[in-house]
Design a protein around this ligand. Structure first.
Ligand SMILES: Cc1cc2nc3c(=O)[nH]c(=O)nc-3n(C[C@H](O)[C@H](O)[C@H](O)COP(=O)(O)OP(=O)(O)OC[C@H]3O[C@@H](n4cnc5c(N)ncnc54)[C@H](O)[C@@H]3O)c2cc1C
Length: 482
């Protein structure tokens, strides 16, 4: 019997798993997908918000501001790319300027530090490529950008190192409640747990409804994006928002921690929880809206587009509480934006809930907060490169030329405890396929390495989700490659 089973290995579930591993508990984190961070955590703007946007008094406002402050320490411990770039909300007219002032006041109420109202000249100094039409804005120093994939993967690896069991390809189909424990029926097995934490993102209402009456409904809200080549990476220094509307924070133009530019998202309420495809209309909207921020955005340098789904609800705030009808069952649901920014603070709060329900938790004296990410060959100097190649010749073979990723890095990310098993799993960890050619040259090599390392046939290698086969079989019966 587990003490705690966490359903969902997105950034929320993995944060909670790592935080709970500080205590002597038997913990499992399970996900229906074949990898960590395959849900909403995979596709978002990757911003650690300052915290002025959420309505004062909400959990969103409180956890955003608290969470933001925790990122330097956590990213140091887990070796995750994080940069405090600061953010701007820009105004194009006096009406917008009024909204900016309202945001500023809200930021003060929410406890955001280091915000200033700035004029056009100060903004132009910070962002020379911004539109001449802006009249002023708000600058928040604490806003940052992060790699959300490496964050969730780092959290999962560290949690596993500290004793947590990670069970992937494990879809929860039903949950039975008895007086003292829960039986979680997954497609392949039954798990027993004293406490269950529901971090199932877009499916959190369905998981809640397995043990209690429906109390909230998830309403997927899609956002679509462009990513620009690193050639355009120096265009902007900060995260630049336009004034928010009733649909959210509006179209953002921002640098990424890897040196690209991200542009988006829009906001569309859609019925489909799996509707992660992009559409020409929405991308066109994003393109036109962003050109208002800067007419210099070079759309010919777009290397990819993608869409993510926000787990919006009918409640309007994060839902983080023990179920009123199911003792020991905690919902962590409706974690839309700023969920990534709030995740560390949410995790600490959930641990307090578990501590209260369990009547006290005992510290795990062996907890080790440190995790090292896969070595970045391209960041080494030439002497270090020579040394590592002497140690392992796989670091002497570049597989992804756009991102300069070696076979050694790919093998390391597959052999790790919460290692990659798919082409996108490798991409999330070490980035082959994230550059200009988007895997056009390296995808087959990555598949070959995956097949060799996992002892599989090439035709069994998946791109991403379960059943996302890339090859259908051999075109000839000879010895040639697929
Ligand atoms: C367009 C967009 C932009 C955003 N931008 C930002 C931003 O810039 N900054 C910010 O702070 N936040 C942002 N967010 C919000 C942030 O991405 C989310 O709050 C966060 O990723 C939610 O993480 P999660 O772990 O709750 O959900 P998920 O990552 O979706 O994880 C839930 C997991 O549960 C699993 N699951 C579901 N059902 C089952 C089942 N039956 N059995 C087993 N497993 C199951 C899923 O497979 C999934 O892996 C954005 C969101 C979107 C969509």
């Amino acid at each position: 019997m587990y003490d705690v089973v966490i359903i969902g290995a997105g950034v929320i579930g993995t944060f909670i798993a790592r935080e709970l591993s500080r205590y002597n508990l038997e913990i499992a984190i399970i996900d229906k997908e074949n990898d960590v961070a395959n849900g909403t955590t995979k596709a978002n703007t990757a911003i650690i918000h300052a915290g002025y946007d959420a309505k004062s008094g909400t959990k969103m406002a409180r956890f955003n501001v608290l969470g933001n402050e925790m990122f330097d320490e956590i990213c140091n411990e887990l070796d995750v790319e994080f940069k405090r770039t600061g953010s701007l909300v820009v105004a194009f007219n006096e009406d917008d300027m009024e909204k900016v002032k309202t945001l500023y006041q809200r930021g003060i109420r929410n406890g955001v530090k280091d915000m200033t109202i700035v004029g056009k000249n100060e903004i132009k100094d910070m962002e020379p490529n911004i539109s001449d039409d802006i009249v002023g804005g708000i600058y928040a120093l604490s806003c940052g950008i992060i790699d959300p994939w490496n964050l969730a993967i780092g959290l999962a690896e560290n949690a596993v190192d500290n004793g947590v069991k990670l069970l992937l390809n494990t879809e929860v189909i039903d949950i039975n409640k008895t007086e003292d424990y829960y039986t979680i029926l997954a497609d392949k097995q039954k798990l027993k747990a004293k406490y269950v934490i529901n971090c199932a993102g877009l499916y959190a209402d369905r998981i809640n409804n397995m043990v209690a009456s429906p109390s909230f409904i998830i309403k997927p809200r899609r956002g679509q994006y462009f990513v620009l080549d690193k050639d355009a990476g120096n265009l902007f220094n900060t995260v630049i928002f336009q004034c928010p509307s009733k649909f959210g924070k509006g179209v953002v133009v921002a640098p990424t921690v890897h040196g690209n530019v991200i542009i988006g998202p829009n906001a569309e309420d859609i019925g489909d929880r799996d509707g992660k495809h992009t559409t020409a209309e929405a991308l066109d909207y994003v393109r036109k809206a962003s050109l208002r921020t800067s007419s210099k955005i070079p759309f010919k340098k777009v290397i990819t587009t993608f869409a993510g789904l926000r787990a919006d609800t009918n409640i309007g705030d994060f839902i983080i509480e023990e179920s009123k009808e199911a003792k020991g069952f905690i919902d962590v649901a409706g974690i839309k934006s700023p969920g990534l920014s709030s995740a560390p603070a949410i995790a600490k709060y959930v641990v307090k809930l578990v501590d209260k329900i369990a009547g006290g938790l005992e510290k795990n004296e062996k907890f080790n907060p440190i995790r090292k990410r896969v070595l970045r060959f391209s960041k080494l100097n030439s002497e270090e490169k020579k040394q590592i190649i002497r140690f392992d010749s796989k670091y002497g073979r570049i597989v992804c030329r756009c991102e300069q990723i070696t076979e050694g890095e790919i093998v390391d990310c597959i052999r790790r405890k919460a290692g990659a098993t798919t082409v996108d799993g490798v991409k999330k960890r070490v980035r082959p396929g994230s550059g200009r050619c988007q895997g056009g040259f390296c995808q087959v090599r990555v598949m070959e390495i995956l097949a060799r390392e996992l002892g599989k046939d090439m035709s069994e290698i998946l791109k991403d989700n379960i059943k996302s086969y890339i090859l259908t079989g051999r075109t000839n019966k000879g010895e040639g490659r697929c």
